[in-house]
Design a protein around this ligand. Structure first.
Ligand SMILES: Nc1ncnc2c1ncn2[C@@H]1O[C@H](COP(=O)(O)OP(=O)(O)OP(=O)(O)O)[C@@H](O)[C@H]1O
Length: 331
């Protein structure tokens, strides 16, 4: 979920719910004329075969997302959560699915288990995943901090910094080409990518040039830090943090990659992490020398992304971070 009300208009990619209620049962799968209809509806087809349901009883829309359409599919095998996008191909959801799987496999913090990604016959794509009943609060902050740190600790990479696929941060491409050097990765694929985007789409050569000056001089900010690749959620703000009905924290809608663990706090200006969150986080992943010095540098990536996505309202925040660092680094 994006952290800004950049709501795009969405239109329905599914046959009507009523049609599903009337026709979609496993028994109907054997009827040739329904088979034809089902191949036009790969979501129901998966749910009624590999999803082990024999009947879809109801399909209800879920609000809250900006980019995609979300639905709850109730079935006799339990509910499924389905997101679809009628113009973007499967690569976006493949990135989300690989990220959710990687986080799920760490057996640390709760995330929905992804089941299936595929193309829609009319264009676009879908993802089917475990449906989670949300609780009323966002869960205990100290448990969230500990579980997130456990994920960072367990999610190791032997390929360096990056991810097996590129994904998106909001709707901006996020390049995850593997690199053995974190500072180089963050300079090129995070800050450098966003700075170039700002120059290309807004003609903003001021932020580009100052930003590049920062990128070339930021090395000392990492002195003394242990820079190991850790699995990151990548877009951790309050809209992507919730709790299940037992109050257990869960995280959603990731933009995963393997990076320096502190980069996870780049969206903390929109996450509401309190003292108890950080205390339990640092009990598992000890705070590294220079953490405070790097905090704004990691936020800069997300401020630049918000500038690129939503326009000039975010420019001054990004610019003042860059100016402060240029002064501090005498660059
Ligand atoms: N696994 C799930 N089970 C139940 N509900 C979910 C699940 N995942 C997300 N939701 C609900 O669906 C809503 C939309 O999901 P999500 O934020 O992932 O959509 P999105 O369109 O991809 O996000 P955005 O466009 O904002 O980046 C969320 O606000 C949340 O309430």
């Amino acid at each position: 979920m994006l952290s800004h009300v950049g709501v795009r208009s969405l239109s329905c990619c599914f046959p009507s719910p009523r049609l599903h209620r009337l026709s979609l049962t496993k028994r109907n799968l054997r009827k040739p004329f329904i088979m034809a209809a089902l191949s036009d509806d790969p979501i129901s087809e998966w749910i009624l075969t590999e999803g082990k349901a024999t009947q879809i009883t109801r399909i209800s829309p879920i609000g809250g997302g900006c980019i995609n359409r979300a639905n709850r599919y109730d079935t006799d095998a339990g509910p499924f959560f389905v997101k679809s996008n009628r113009s973007i191909g499967p690569s976006m959801f493949e990135g989300e699915s690989l990220g959710l799987s990687a986080m799920y496999e760490t057996k640390s913090i709760r995330v929905p288990k992804p089941f299936k990604v595929g193309p829609l016959p009319s264009g676009g794509s879908y993802i089917i995943m475990e449906f989670i009943e949300f609780g009323s609060s966002r869960g205990d902050q100290s448990v969230l901090g500990r579980k997130l740190a456990e994920m960072h600790k367990a999610g190791k990479s032997n390929k360096g910094f990056g991810f097996d696929v590129n994904n998106t941060i909001g709707s901006t491409p996020q390049i995850n080409t593997w690199s053995s050097d974190w500072v180089q990765f963050y300079a090129e694929h995070r800050l450098g990518y966003q700075l170039k985007l700002a120059k290309d789409q807004f003609g903003d050569s001021t932020i580009y040039e100052k930003g590049q000056r920062l990128v070339k001089n930021m090395g000392p900010l990492f002195e003394g830090a242990v820079l190991e690749p850790c699995l990151l959620h990548g877009d951790l703000w309050s809209g992507n943090i919730s709790s299940d009905k037992n109050g257990y924290p869960l995280i959603l809608d990731p933009a995963c990659y393997y990076g320096h663990n502190e980069a996870e706090f780049g969206m903390s200006w929109c996450a509401g992490f309190g003292g108890s969150f950080y205390k339990s986080y640092f009990e598992v992943m000890p705070k590294q020398p220079g953490f405070e010095k790097r905090r704004d540098l990691y936020m800069l990536y997300h401020y630049l992304n918000h500038y690129n996505l939503f326009g000039s309202g975010y420019r001054s925040s990004a610019m003042s971070i860059i100016d402060d660092y240029l002064r501090m680094l005498k660059a």
